[in-house]
Design a protein around this ligand. Structure first.
Ligand SMILES: [Zn+2]
Length: 371
Protein backbone atom coordinates (compact mmCIF):
# COMPACT_ATOMS: atom_id res chain seq x y z
CA UNK A 1 0.00 0.00 0.00
CA UNK A 2 1.23 3.49 -0.83
CA UNK A 3 2.41 5.48 2.16
CA UNK A 4 0.85 8.86 2.87
CA UNK A 5 2.71 11.66 1.15
CA UNK A 6 2.15 14.97 2.92
CA UNK A 7 3.69 16.96 0.10
CA UNK A 8 0.95 18.39 -2.08
CA UNK A 9 -2.30 18.35 -0.14
CA UNK A 10 -2.86 21.52 1.89
CA UNK A 11 -5.56 19.74 3.88
CA UNK A 12 -3.83 18.01 6.78
CA UNK A 13 -6.44 16.47 9.06
CA UNK A 14 -5.65 15.01 12.49
CA UNK A 15 -6.48 11.55 11.10
CA UNK A 16 -3.95 11.95 8.28
CA UNK A 17 -1.33 13.28 10.66
CA UNK A 18 -1.79 10.32 13.00
CA UNK A 19 -1.51 7.87 10.13
CA UNK A 20 1.63 9.60 8.85
CA UNK A 21 3.29 9.48 12.28
CA UNK A 22 2.42 5.79 12.61
CA UNK A 23 3.71 4.91 9.14
CA UNK A 24 6.97 6.73 9.80
CA UNK A 25 7.56 5.18 13.22
CA UNK A 26 7.19 8.50 15.03
CA UNK A 27 3.92 7.86 16.83
CA UNK A 28 5.61 6.12 19.78
CA UNK A 29 6.87 9.56 20.86
CA UNK A 30 3.37 11.00 21.06
CA UNK A 31 1.60 11.90 24.26
CA UNK A 32 -1.98 13.15 24.37
CA UNK A 33 -1.90 16.35 26.40
CA UNK A 34 -5.47 17.53 26.03
CA UNK A 35 -8.58 17.61 23.90
CA UNK A 36 -10.20 20.14 21.60
CA UNK A 37 -13.73 21.58 21.77
CA UNK A 38 -15.02 18.62 19.73
CA UNK A 39 -13.04 16.11 21.78
CA UNK A 40 -10.15 15.48 19.35
CA UNK A 41 -6.79 14.60 20.92
CA UNK A 42 -4.07 17.25 21.04
CA UNK A 43 -0.67 15.59 20.75
CA UNK A 44 2.80 16.53 21.83
CA UNK A 45 6.25 15.02 21.52
CA UNK A 46 8.90 15.64 24.11
CA UNK A 47 12.41 14.91 22.82
CA UNK A 48 15.91 15.62 24.13
CA UNK A 49 17.64 15.90 27.48
CA UNK A 50 19.52 19.21 27.20
CA UNK A 51 19.14 22.24 29.46
CA UNK A 52 17.81 24.67 26.80
CA UNK A 53 14.09 24.32 26.42
CA UNK A 54 12.32 25.04 23.15
CA UNK A 55 8.52 24.96 22.81
CA UNK A 56 7.11 24.72 19.26
CA UNK A 57 3.51 24.54 18.16
CA UNK A 58 1.82 24.62 14.75
CA UNK A 59 -1.64 24.76 13.22
CA UNK A 60 -3.25 26.87 15.91
CA UNK A 61 -4.89 28.08 12.69
CA UNK A 62 -6.29 24.89 11.18
CA UNK A 63 -5.86 25.94 7.53
CA UNK A 64 -2.11 26.55 7.97
CA UNK A 65 -0.79 23.03 7.53
CA UNK A 66 2.59 23.70 5.86
CA UNK A 67 4.45 24.45 9.08
CA UNK A 68 3.04 21.30 10.69
CA UNK A 69 4.73 19.37 7.89
CA UNK A 70 8.01 21.25 8.61
CA UNK A 71 7.65 20.51 12.31
CA UNK A 72 7.13 16.81 11.60
CA UNK A 73 10.18 16.89 9.29
CA UNK A 74 12.18 18.33 12.20
CA UNK A 75 10.72 15.73 14.55
CA UNK A 76 11.92 12.99 12.15
CA UNK A 77 15.34 14.71 11.85
CA UNK A 78 15.73 14.57 15.64
CA UNK A 79 15.60 10.78 15.31
CA UNK A 80 18.69 10.70 13.07
CA UNK A 81 22.31 10.43 14.30
CA UNK A 82 23.24 13.94 12.99
CA UNK A 83 20.82 15.49 15.46
CA UNK A 84 22.32 13.92 18.58
CA UNK A 85 24.14 17.14 19.60
CA UNK A 86 20.83 19.01 19.46
CA UNK A 87 19.26 16.45 21.80
CA UNK A 88 22.09 16.73 24.33
CA UNK A 89 21.92 20.55 24.40
CA UNK A 90 18.17 21.10 24.12
CA UNK A 91 14.83 19.67 25.13
CA UNK A 92 12.12 20.09 22.52
CA UNK A 93 8.42 20.19 23.32
CA UNK A 94 6.45 20.01 20.06
CA UNK A 95 2.69 20.34 19.56
CA UNK A 96 1.98 19.65 15.89
CA UNK A 97 -1.73 20.56 15.75
CA UNK A 98 -2.92 22.82 18.53
CA UNK A 99 -6.28 23.26 16.75
CA UNK A 100 -7.28 19.77 15.54
CA UNK A 101 -10.93 20.74 14.92
CA UNK A 102 -9.89 23.59 12.62
CA UNK A 103 -7.33 21.28 11.01
CA UNK A 104 -10.09 18.76 10.28
CA UNK A 105 -12.35 21.41 8.72
CA UNK A 106 -9.59 23.55 7.12
CA UNK A 107 -10.64 26.65 9.07
CA UNK A 108 -8.54 29.30 10.75
CA UNK A 109 -10.72 29.29 13.88
CA UNK A 110 -11.45 26.49 16.32
CA UNK A 111 -14.83 24.73 16.55
CA UNK A 112 -16.30 27.66 18.55
CA UNK A 113 -15.27 30.00 15.74
CA UNK A 114 -12.60 31.64 17.92
CA UNK A 115 -9.21 32.69 16.57
CA UNK A 116 -6.87 31.06 19.10
CA UNK A 117 -4.20 33.61 18.26
CA UNK A 118 -6.42 36.36 19.71
CA UNK A 119 -7.22 34.43 22.87
CA UNK A 120 -3.89 34.67 24.72
CA UNK A 121 -5.26 36.80 27.57
CA UNK A 122 -8.89 35.74 27.79
CA UNK A 123 -8.08 32.01 27.48
CA UNK A 124 -11.71 31.29 26.65
CA UNK A 125 -10.93 28.09 24.70
CA UNK A 126 -9.59 24.71 25.86
CA UNK A 127 -6.83 24.82 23.20
CA UNK A 128 -5.59 28.25 24.43
CA UNK A 129 -5.72 27.10 28.04
CA UNK A 130 -3.68 24.03 27.15
CA UNK A 131 -0.95 26.07 25.43
CA UNK A 132 -0.74 28.36 28.46
CA UNK A 133 -0.49 25.40 30.84
CA UNK A 134 2.35 23.93 28.76
CA UNK A 135 4.07 27.35 28.70
CA UNK A 136 3.79 27.71 32.49
CA UNK A 137 4.84 24.14 33.32
CA UNK A 138 7.56 23.58 30.70
CA UNK A 139 8.86 27.13 31.15
CA UNK A 140 10.56 27.36 27.73
CA UNK A 141 13.65 29.45 26.99
CA UNK A 142 12.41 29.94 23.40
CA UNK A 143 9.06 29.59 21.63
CA UNK A 144 8.48 28.87 17.92
CA UNK A 145 4.98 29.92 16.82
CA UNK A 146 4.40 28.23 13.44
CA UNK A 147 1.91 29.61 10.90
CA UNK A 148 1.14 29.97 7.20
CA UNK A 149 0.36 33.13 5.23
CA UNK A 150 -1.76 34.01 2.20
CA UNK A 151 -0.41 34.40 -1.35
CA UNK A 152 -1.00 38.18 -1.24
CA UNK A 153 2.25 38.95 0.60
CA UNK A 154 5.35 40.18 -1.19
CA UNK A 155 8.77 40.49 0.43
CA UNK A 156 9.06 44.29 0.52
CA UNK A 157 7.42 46.65 -1.98
CA UNK A 158 8.14 44.20 -4.80
CA UNK A 159 6.33 41.49 -6.71
CA UNK A 160 8.40 38.68 -5.21
CA UNK A 161 6.17 36.41 -3.11
CA UNK A 162 7.25 36.14 0.53
CA UNK A 163 7.93 32.41 0.65
CA UNK A 164 8.84 32.77 4.30
CA UNK A 165 8.09 35.61 6.72
CA UNK A 166 9.24 36.10 10.27
CA UNK A 167 8.43 38.35 13.19
CA UNK A 168 10.03 39.02 16.52
CA UNK A 169 6.79 40.23 18.14
CA UNK A 170 6.63 43.31 20.32
CA UNK A 171 6.48 43.05 24.10
CA UNK A 172 4.71 46.39 24.60
CA UNK A 173 2.87 49.12 22.73
CA UNK A 174 6.11 51.13 22.39
CA UNK A 175 7.62 48.21 20.48
CA UNK A 176 10.64 48.34 22.80
CA UNK A 177 13.61 46.19 21.85
CA UNK A 178 13.59 44.10 25.03
CA UNK A 179 16.17 41.39 25.66
CA UNK A 180 13.65 38.69 24.69
CA UNK A 181 12.90 40.48 21.42
CA UNK A 182 16.60 40.88 20.70
CA UNK A 183 17.16 37.15 21.03
CA UNK A 184 14.19 36.42 18.75
CA UNK A 185 15.63 38.87 16.18
CA UNK A 186 19.04 37.19 16.34
CA UNK A 187 17.53 33.77 15.69
CA UNK A 188 15.62 35.17 12.72
CA UNK A 189 18.84 36.65 11.34
CA UNK A 190 20.49 33.23 11.61
CA UNK A 191 17.63 31.51 9.76
CA UNK A 192 17.47 34.25 7.13
CA UNK A 193 21.20 33.84 6.42
CA UNK A 194 20.59 30.14 5.82
CA UNK A 195 17.55 30.32 3.56
CA UNK A 196 18.55 33.37 1.48
CA UNK A 197 20.83 30.99 -0.38
CA UNK A 198 17.79 29.01 -1.59
CA UNK A 199 15.12 31.71 -1.92
CA UNK A 200 17.03 34.99 -2.44
CA UNK A 201 14.94 38.11 -1.67
CA UNK A 202 11.86 36.01 -0.86
CA UNK A 203 11.95 36.44 2.93
CA UNK A 204 9.74 39.09 4.54
CA UNK A 205 9.22 40.61 7.95
CA UNK A 206 5.83 41.09 9.56
CA UNK A 207 4.52 44.29 11.04
CA UNK A 208 5.38 44.53 14.76
CA UNK A 209 2.26 46.37 15.98
CA UNK A 210 1.60 45.16 19.53
CA UNK A 211 -1.46 43.07 20.39
CA UNK A 212 -1.31 41.38 23.80
CA UNK A 213 -4.08 38.96 22.68
CA UNK A 214 -1.68 37.38 20.19
CA UNK A 215 0.24 34.50 21.72
CA UNK A 216 3.65 35.64 20.45
CA UNK A 217 3.23 39.15 21.86
CA UNK A 218 1.99 37.76 25.16
CA UNK A 219 4.89 35.31 25.57
CA UNK A 220 7.41 38.00 24.54
CA UNK A 221 5.88 40.30 27.18
CA UNK A 222 6.69 37.53 29.69
CA UNK A 223 10.30 37.85 28.50
CA UNK A 224 10.43 34.58 26.54
CA UNK A 225 11.92 35.04 23.05
CA UNK A 226 9.17 33.95 20.65
CA UNK A 227 9.46 33.71 16.89
CA UNK A 228 6.57 33.89 14.46
CA UNK A 229 7.15 31.76 11.34
CA UNK A 230 4.93 32.15 8.28
CA UNK A 231 5.08 29.68 5.39
CA UNK A 232 4.10 31.38 2.14
CA UNK A 233 3.94 31.10 -1.60
CA UNK A 234 6.66 30.19 -4.09
CA UNK A 235 6.17 30.34 -7.85
CA UNK A 236 3.51 27.82 -8.97
CA UNK A 237 3.84 25.96 -5.67
CA UNK A 238 0.31 25.84 -4.27
CA UNK A 239 1.23 22.63 -2.45
CA UNK A 240 3.87 24.74 -0.62
CA UNK A 241 6.62 22.17 -0.77
CA UNK A 242 9.28 24.90 -1.05
CA UNK A 243 8.01 26.81 2.00
CA UNK A 244 7.86 23.52 3.92
CA UNK A 245 11.57 22.93 3.25
CA UNK A 246 12.55 26.52 4.02
CA UNK A 247 10.75 26.47 7.39
CA UNK A 248 12.39 23.11 8.17
CA UNK A 249 15.83 24.58 7.37
CA UNK A 250 15.00 27.68 9.47
CA UNK A 251 14.03 25.57 12.48
CA UNK A 252 17.27 23.57 12.25
CA UNK A 253 19.42 26.65 11.85
CA UNK A 254 17.82 28.39 14.85
CA UNK A 255 18.16 25.26 16.99
CA UNK A 256 21.84 24.95 16.03
CA UNK A 257 22.43 28.52 17.20
CA UNK A 258 20.62 27.82 20.47
CA UNK A 259 22.50 24.55 20.99
CA UNK A 260 25.91 26.09 20.24
CA UNK A 261 25.34 29.26 22.28
CA UNK A 262 26.27 31.48 19.32
CA UNK A 263 23.22 33.74 19.49
CA UNK A 264 25.21 36.89 20.23
CA UNK A 265 27.15 36.65 16.99
CA UNK A 266 24.04 37.60 14.98
CA UNK A 267 23.50 41.38 14.93
CA UNK A 268 19.96 42.66 15.43
CA UNK A 269 20.53 45.37 12.78
CA UNK A 270 20.38 42.63 10.16
CA UNK A 271 16.86 41.83 11.33
CA UNK A 272 15.73 45.29 10.24
CA UNK A 273 17.37 44.74 6.83
CA UNK A 274 14.80 42.04 6.08
CA UNK A 275 12.13 43.79 3.96
CA UNK A 276 8.68 44.29 5.45
CA UNK A 277 5.74 42.40 3.98
CA UNK A 278 3.54 44.24 1.48
CA UNK A 279 0.20 43.03 0.14
CA UNK A 280 1.12 43.54 -3.52
CA UNK A 281 0.13 40.17 -4.97
CA UNK A 282 -2.98 38.28 -6.04
CA UNK A 283 -3.31 34.82 -7.54
CA UNK A 284 -4.31 35.58 -11.11
CA UNK A 285 -4.19 38.61 -13.39
CA UNK A 286 -6.07 38.50 -16.66
CA UNK A 287 -5.15 41.32 -18.98
CA UNK A 288 -6.34 42.56 -22.34
CA UNK A 289 -9.73 40.97 -21.84
CA UNK A 290 -12.15 42.05 -24.52
CA UNK A 291 -15.37 43.42 -23.05
CA UNK A 292 -18.27 45.33 -24.53
CA UNK A 293 -19.24 46.64 -21.12
CA UNK A 294 -18.23 50.18 -21.83
CA UNK A 295 -19.58 52.46 -24.50
CA UNK A 296 -16.28 52.02 -26.32
CA UNK A 297 -16.55 48.74 -28.08
CA UNK A 298 -13.69 46.29 -27.70
CA UNK A 299 -12.28 47.86 -24.59
CA UNK A 300 -9.43 45.78 -23.23
CA UNK A 301 -9.45 45.49 -19.46
CA UNK A 302 -7.46 43.89 -16.65
CA UNK A 303 -9.02 41.69 -13.98
CA UNK A 304 -7.53 40.44 -10.75
CA UNK A 305 -8.58 37.22 -9.04
CA UNK A 306 -7.80 35.78 -5.64
CA UNK A 307 -8.39 32.14 -4.74
CA UNK A 308 -10.66 31.31 -1.85
CA UNK A 309 -9.47 28.08 -0.23
CA UNK A 310 -12.16 25.62 0.79
CA UNK A 311 -12.18 22.05 1.98
CA UNK A 312 -13.72 19.75 -0.61
CA UNK A 313 -13.87 16.04 0.34
CA UNK A 314 -10.24 15.08 1.01
CA UNK A 315 -8.46 18.12 -0.42
CA UNK A 316 -8.52 21.90 -0.71
CA UNK A 317 -10.24 23.58 -3.62
CA UNK A 318 -8.95 26.94 -4.89
CA UNK A 319 -11.97 28.93 -5.97
CA UNK A 320 -11.25 32.08 -8.00
CA UNK A 321 -12.97 35.24 -6.84
CA UNK A 322 -12.79 38.59 -8.52
CA UNK A 323 -10.93 41.26 -6.56
CA UNK A 324 -10.84 45.01 -6.99
CA UNK A 325 -8.11 46.11 -9.34
CA UNK A 326 -5.41 48.60 -8.45
CA UNK A 327 -2.18 49.50 -10.19
CA UNK A 328 0.07 48.26 -7.39
CA UNK A 329 -1.35 44.75 -7.62
CA UNK A 330 0.19 42.07 -9.74
CA UNK A 331 -0.94 38.51 -10.44
CA UNK A 332 1.27 35.58 -9.53
CA UNK A 333 0.04 34.20 -12.84
CA UNK A 334 -0.59 36.60 -15.64
CA UNK A 335 -2.62 35.64 -18.68
CA UNK A 336 -2.77 37.95 -21.64
CA UNK A 337 -6.04 37.14 -23.41
CA UNK A 338 -4.79 38.52 -26.70
CA UNK A 339 -1.92 36.03 -26.73
CA UNK A 340 -4.05 32.92 -26.52
CA UNK A 341 -6.26 31.67 -29.30
CA UNK A 342 -8.93 30.26 -27.04
CA UNK A 343 -9.41 33.56 -25.18
CA UNK A 344 -8.71 36.11 -27.85
CA UNK A 345 -12.18 36.25 -29.34
CA UNK A 346 -14.19 35.99 -26.14
CA UNK A 347 -16.35 39.04 -25.64
CA UNK A 348 -18.32 39.53 -22.45
CA UNK A 349 -21.72 41.15 -22.68
CA UNK A 350 -22.57 41.97 -19.10
CA UNK A 351 -20.81 42.10 -15.77
CA UNK A 352 -22.50 38.85 -14.63
CA UNK A 353 -21.50 37.20 -17.87
CA UNK A 354 -17.95 38.38 -17.37
CA UNK A 355 -17.63 37.25 -13.76
CA UNK A 356 -19.16 33.84 -14.28
CA UNK A 357 -17.24 33.18 -17.49
CA UNK A 358 -13.89 34.41 -16.23
CA UNK A 359 -14.37 32.41 -13.06
CA UNK A 360 -15.10 29.33 -15.14
CA UNK A 361 -12.16 30.08 -17.42
CA UNK A 362 -9.73 30.31 -14.52
CA UNK A 363 -11.14 27.16 -12.94
CA UNK A 364 -10.41 25.32 -16.16
CA UNK A 365 -6.84 26.53 -16.38
CA UNK A 366 -4.19 24.26 -15.13
CA UNK A 367 -1.81 26.56 -13.23
CA UNK A 368 1.17 25.66 -15.41
CA UNK A 369 -0.34 24.86 -18.78
CA UNK A 370 -2.14 27.70 -20.35
CA UNK A 371 -3.03 27.07 -24.00
ZN1 LIG B 1 -1.77 31.78 11.47
Amino acid sequence: MKKIDLNENRLLTPATLKKYLEENDLFYLVKTIGTSVQGRSIYSAHIGTGPKKVLMWSQMHGNESTTTKSLIDFWAYLNTPEASYLLSSCTFYMIPQLNPDGSHEYTRQNANNIDLNRDAVELSQPESQLLRTVFDEFSPDYCFNLHGQRTIFSAGDTHIPATVSFLAPSADAERSITSARKDAMRLIVAANNTIQEFIPEAVGRYDDGFNINCVGDYFTSKNTPTILFEAGHYKNDYGRTVARQMIFKSIISMCEVIASDTLKSFPIDSYFDIPENYKNLRDVELCNVNTSLSSNSNLLQTFIFQFKEEKFEDHVKFIPQIDSFSKELKGLQKIDFQEHKVFKDLIFESEEDLISNLTKTISLLNFHQIP
